[in-house]
Design a protein around this ligand. Structure first.
Ligand code: SF4
Length: 320
């Protein structure tokens, strides 16, 4: 068979499902390549779309088309015989031979209103073993995309294994600082983090305090082990009251080891949602670290003749 692949989102991040589909078809002796609408001849094309808001592809293929991924259907899953495979990394040549991607757990016990993970994957549960993902240590730098690994005893046991084996990891979703107990902080201090980067989520003022507390514990245990201080990243949402968002997004500005990634609330049930201008401007400011660190949002000039302080005057956010 001749198989074409389409990564509809086309981000700089590898599409793991397509990697597994490629591995599966190559194991059957099929030819697999990125779909070429002008020149390719395929028996089947797989299109994968992760994000609801990504437009569908528009090219025509005269063959069977299989669409999958949360962006098409939040309940779509890979068949078990494909899902358990490790991705064929060769379809993403920029991934070096020591790096792997995967999940140790799936799901989340929480129900944040903006998030489809619990709807799609259910409560947190074991998924894979770290040695499967590293191919028994051949790919020892691992990007893990678990959504709430600390909410799962199995996940914590896997992190212990990672620390014992000396694998380097990036837990690239926002971890819950509330779940960083003393034992977890000790464990985090032992782990080798890619880029020394530890990530948390903080969408409320209370969570900012929890991040502060978690960082202090981790820093203390790292120091005791003779390690240099970690770098931190906080994912945060822009939604609701502009003053609350301003305070929350400004909270860590003076911390030189911190950066934030902010995004406006996206309503998955409303594809026609309009993001308010102030939220776009605030995300623009927060996501450019040098800007965020050096310039107060109220002084930020996103375009000629407009200073963001105006958003705070006369409740202008609803009009702009
Ligand atoms: S904690 Fe994270 S993964 Fe879980 S529901 Fe909230 S946003 Fe989603």
């Amino acid at each position: 068979m001749s198989i074409g692949l389409i990564d509809v989102d086309n981000t700089r991040f590898p599409n793991i499902a397509l990697g597994k589909i490629a591995a599966y078809h190559k194991s059957l002796g099929d030819n697999v390549e990125w779909a070429m609408p002008m020149f390719g001849q395929y028996d089947r094309v797989y299109a994968s779309k992760v994000f609801v808001f990504t437009p569908d592809f528009s090219d025509h293929y005269d063959c069977e088309i299989v669409r999958g991924g949360t962006g098409y259907d939040i309940h779509s899953v890979l068949p078990a015989e494909i899902d358990r495979l490790q991705p064929d990394y060769s379809i993403y040549p920029y991934i070096d031979s020591k790096t792997a991607y995967g999940f140790l757990t799936r799901g989340c016990p929480n129900k944040c209103r903006w998030c489809i993970v619990p709807v799609k994957e259910g409560n947190v549960h074991p998924y894979m073993d770290i040695d499967e993902i590293t191919l028994d240590g051949q790919r020892s730098n691992v990007v893990l995309m678990d959504n709430n690994i600390l909410a799962c005893d199995y996940g914590i046991a896997q992190l212990e294994k990672i620390a014992d084996k000396g694998y380097r990891i990036d837990l690239n979703q926002g971890n819950s600082a509330r779940l960083v107990t003393d034992d977890v902080a000790k464990l985090f201090a032992r782990i080798r983090w890619i880029g020394s980067m530890i990530r948390f989520a903080a969408d409320t003022p209370r969570q900012l305090a929890e991040v502060d507390e978690a960082m202090a514990k981790i820093d203390r245990y790292r120091e005791a082990l003779g390690k240099k201080p970690a770098q931190y990243l906080v994912y945060t949402m822009i939604d609701g009251d502009i003053s609350e968002c301003y305070d929350r997004l400004s909270y860590f500005r003076s911390n030189k080891r911190m950066r934030i990634v902010a995004q406006p609330f996206r309503d998955f049930n409303n594809p026609n949602q309009t993001i308010p201008k102030w939220q776009k401007d605030m995300a623009h400011w927060a996501n450019r670290r040098e800007l965020w660190a050096s310039c107060d949002f109220k002084s930020f000039i996103p375009r000629k003749g407009f200073v963001c302080a105006e958003y705070f005057n006369n409740n202008k956010t609803s009009a702009i």
